[in-house]
Write a protein that binds this ligand. Structure first.
Ligand code: SF4
Length: 244
């Protein structure tokens, strides 16, 4: 297969190509979802803050105990720092994270009656909360569409020729203009799933990638289907891999 040349692509053609790729990826990962465990906006906000510099799986290991010990914002606000740090130790950067959770709890109690506000403008005023974290919470805990531009998302949209932007806020607005708003949360999950499972940073599995024909980076990774299949890191059904 020849690599697609998008150097003279019109805006309309780009939008069509992007939506086509999204449809294919959505079909590949229909079950894509937020991989952090949570039962409330506060739990998701806390888990997302803890996910910095570590894996969602690692966060999910500490959160059951954490959430039981600190059930609301007031509990974080009044937490014993040493005890909280000890609980967070396995997630790395535990001192900074403990500090974030305590100041977050205080800010929620002082300014939002202990509730997580369902608005971007309010969320980004909270300590330790940037647009990425706010979009995770809005999209997954409140059902308000948001694009979560993390490292996978940024790498993939540049690789797939959706945008050249590198600044996360600019990436968010460039990609937001290409895909209907109601799809933003699912698009984020699907790209993050693809980045974690197939389009890896170091060696993408191009030889079995279902969006290869529309990808200007096709060939940067492994092209041999058998070798590419061995690079996959996920629970994809064997039938889906065979037909990919
Ligand atoms: S795996 Fe290869 S072909 Fe597929 S999106 Fe990534 S770089 Fe493109």
């Amino acid at each position: 297969m020849k690599r697609i040349d998008i150097s003279a692509e019109t805006p309309v053609a780009r939008t069509r190509r992007v939506r086509r790729m999204y449809r294919e990826l959505h079909e590949l990962y229909p079950y894509a979802h937020c991989e952090l465990d949570f039962r409330s906006p506060l739990e998701l906000l806390v888990a997302t803050i803890l996910s910095a510099q570590t894996t969602d799986v690692g966060v999910n290991k500490v959160t059951p105990t954490l959430f039981a010990r600190y059930p609301d914002a007031a509990a974080y606000a009044g937490a014993d720092r040493a005890e909280l740090e000890e609980l967070l130790r396995p997630t790395g950067f535990f001192r900074a994270k403990a500090n974030s959770l305590i100041t977050l709890g205080q800010a929620l109690v002082e300014r939002f009656d202990g509730e997580v506000p369902p608005r971007m403008a309010d969320l980004v005023t909270l300590p330790g909360v940037g647009r990425k974290t706010a979009n995770v919470v809005l999209g997954n805990a409140f059902g308000i569409p948001g694009l979560t531009v993390d490292t996978h998302f940024g790498r993939l949209v540049r690789r797939m020729g959706w945008t050249d932007e590198t600044d996360p806020v600019k990436v968010e607005s460039a990609v937001g203009a290409l895909v209907p708003r109601k799809e933003w949360t699912m698009l984020s999950h699907v790209l993050i799933f693809h980045g974690r499972r197939m389009c890896h940073a170091k060696k993408p599995a191009c030889g079995v990638c279902p969006v290869a024909r529309w990808c200007p980076s096709y060939g940067e990774g492994e092209l041999d289907p058998d070798k590419a299949r061995k690079l996959l890191k996920y629970e994809m059904s064997p039938a889906a891999v065979a037909s990919a």
